[in-house]
Design a protein around this ligand. Structure first.
Ligand code: FAD
Ligand code: SIN
Length: 536
């Protein structure tokens, strides 16, 4: 039997839940999410959400800081929308029950790298889990929203599934998604008038990342396979301060701690950031992560120190209870009296599925929101705490677009065949999946990290190509299972990152290549990859 909805939202982080709450006023909504509903990057966000809410701040300043962090590649119009609509969306989160931290009744605004004013609205150091809690509670009160956990989207449905490869030049349209119901072990089809990709990030493509296991780039990979344009995949943000040797995912030590007064020192106690940037530890992330990398290479040390020991113990415990408690209980480290060993880790994808100012992708009826999207707001390096903001601002705008398109909302859905798994067999060689996953993660970490070179990128490309071929063969012969679907997507996004990195022959923001150390005006444009893998 066909399951048909007005809206299918893939993902239950801040982008998916915000969109679903708005959309439930307009039609039926199905949220598909691959694990439990709360499991998302959103749930782990610490610092908070940036918005102009203080009397000494202005939209112009937030725009300037965002554009300056993005090193020339931000789309001015998108940044303007982000900053001007941001405060209303933050108020909406509060109306939906998010309890942000207040001091004497007033929102407590934090400071993070690259921001010239205090503008980070937060719930102590667990902003994301508070947002996720409140939005999930609001969703559970909406009878018009159906949530299916343990449903992993496998592939988007376009004309390709209706009647084979489309005619060249034909405009693609999306009519839903095939998803693996993990409990039933079967792939099912779900049809929709509008499909909203909210699948988050791809940090798991790297060996060391702050991102949870769900972040395997599924949305970018699915959209690319379906024929959507993808852009700026070379701009992977490495967060400067994850706790050294804290396992996988790496435990994040929020940038808000530096905003609070913590400093970075090398093992000799030298406050080295001041040698790299006048803003010291509060310079934008690309600069801080590169400086740490350079210090580690110079000294041969395994980590640098983030030092708060000069700050009052009480205020550290009060301001950062989660970080303090986790370091103490899980890692035996008292951050009020000992410096924190930190290293950079893959954190955020600035690129993704190309969208316009309403979240529309290059495929009709397919929207992309949140980290999976490339709206143009982050350019070559995202400003801290602009990600949660981007998700809520563009989720709201996408709904506005759909509301005004009556024809799209009333469209009749095509007849789509069920998932064909004839001729496939159960995977027996699990070890291959695990090995391939590790090989991709290690290759990306070793050769496509903070500092790149053409030689290393080409080496990565050869290895990724080989692994991709193996995976595709395995995928065609095997009944689809979660690990294999994710592995296939990781291989696809690894390939997209490497291709984009090789194509950009300059250094800009998060993309630093030793062969092309300068930032050059002739490269002042997005790296767009089309469905055939061509880089424009
Ligand atoms: P997510 O919150 O990642 O949600 C994605 C959802 O999609 C999940 O529910 C996932 O299970 C689901 N999904 C994925 N693939 C599939 C599939 N194939 N089928 C079905 N479901 C799928 N940003 C800030 O602005 N401020 C911060 O303070 C901040 N702190 C951070 C701290 C950490 C540790 C991390 C990892 C990130 C942080 N970020 C922060 C970044 C920010 O959290 C994310 O960019 C943002 O939460 C992304 O939201 P999203 O809704 O797009 O995706
Ligand atoms: C942090 O708290 O340092 C993360 C903020 C972000 O990724 O924007």
């Amino acid at each position: 039997m066909n399951e048909e909805y007005d809206f299918i939202v893939i993902g239950s982080g801040i982008a998916g839940l915000s969109f679903a709450l708005d959309a439930s006023r307009l039609g039926s909504v199905l949220i598909l999410t691959k694990k439990s509903s709360a499991e998302s990057n959103t749930n782990y966000a610490q610092g908070g959400i940036a918005a102009v809410l203080s009397p000494d701040d202005t939209p112009e300043l937030h725009v300037r800081d965002t554009i300056s962090a993005g090193v020339g590649l931000c789309h001015a119009e998108a940044v303007d929308v982000l900053v001007r609509e941001g405060p209303d969306r933050v108020r909406e989160l509060m109306n939906r029950g998010v309890a942000f931290t207040r001091e004497n009744g007033v929102l407590d605004l934090g400071l993070e790298g690259g921001h010239s004013r205090r503008r980070i609205v937060h719930a102590r150091d667990r902003s994301g889990s508070e947002i996720e809690r409140a939005l999930l509670q609001a969703v559970s009160a909406e009878p018009g929203i159906v949530v299916r956990e343990n449903h992993l989207a496998v592939d988007l449905i376009t004309q390709h599934q209706e009647r084979g490869p489309g005619t060249p030049g034909e405009r693609l349209r999306c009519s839903g998604v095939y998803a693996l119901d993990a409990s039933a072990g079967a792939v099912k089809k779900f049809l929709s008038r509008s499909t909203i990709l909210c699948t988050g990030g791809l940090g798991q493509v790297y060996r060391h990342t702050t991102n949870p296991l769900i972040a395997t780039g599924d949305g970018v990979a699915m959209a690319h396979r379906a024929g959507a344009a993808v852009a700026n995949m070379e701009f992977i943000q490495f967060h400067p301060t994850s706790l050294y040797d804290s396992g996988s995912p790496a435990f994040l030590i929020s940038e808000a701690i530096r905003g609070f007064g913590a400093v970075l020192r090398n093992m000799r106690g030298d406050e080295f950031m001041l040698r790299y940037d006048a803003r010291g530890a509060l310079a934008p992330r690309d600069i801080v992560a590169r400086a740490i990398d350079a210090e580690l290479k110079k000294t041969g040390d395994d980590y640098v120190h983030l030092d708060l020991t000069h700050l009052k113990a009480d205020s550290i415990r009060r301001g950062f209870p989660h970080i303090h408690q986790t370091c103490q209980e899980k890692f035996g480290l008292d951050i009020t009296s000992a410096p924190i060993p930190v290293v950079p880790a893959a954190h955020y994808a600035c690129g993704g599925v190309v969208t316009d100012l309403h979240g529309r992708t290059t495929i009709d009826h397919l929207y992309a929101l949140g980290e999976v999207a490339m709206t143009g707001v982050h350019g070559a390096n995202r400003l801290a705490s602009n990600s949660l903001l981007e998700a809520v601002v563009f989720a709201h705008r996408a709904l506005g677009d759909i509301r005004s398109d009556r024809a799209a909302r009333a469209r009749k859905l095509p007849v789509i065949p069920g998932w064909d798994d004839s001729g496939t067999f159960d995977p027996e060689e699990w070890v291959l999946i695990e090995h391939n996953r590790r090989e991709i993660q290690q290759t990306m970490w070793d050769y496509v990290g903070i500092i790149r070179s053409t030689h290393r990128l080409e080496r990565a490309q050869r290895r990724i190509n080989l692994v991709r071929e193996e995976i595709e063969t395995f995928f065609r012969r095997t009944t689809v299972v979660e690990g294999l679907i994710e592995l296939r997507n990781l291989a696809t996004v690894a390939d997209l990152i490497v291709r984009s990195a090789l194509a950009r022959k300059e250094s800009r923001g998060l993309h630093y290549v030793t062969d092309f150390p300068e930032t050059r005006d002739e490269w002042l444009s997005d790296t767009v990859i089309d469905a055939d893998g061509r880089v424009a």
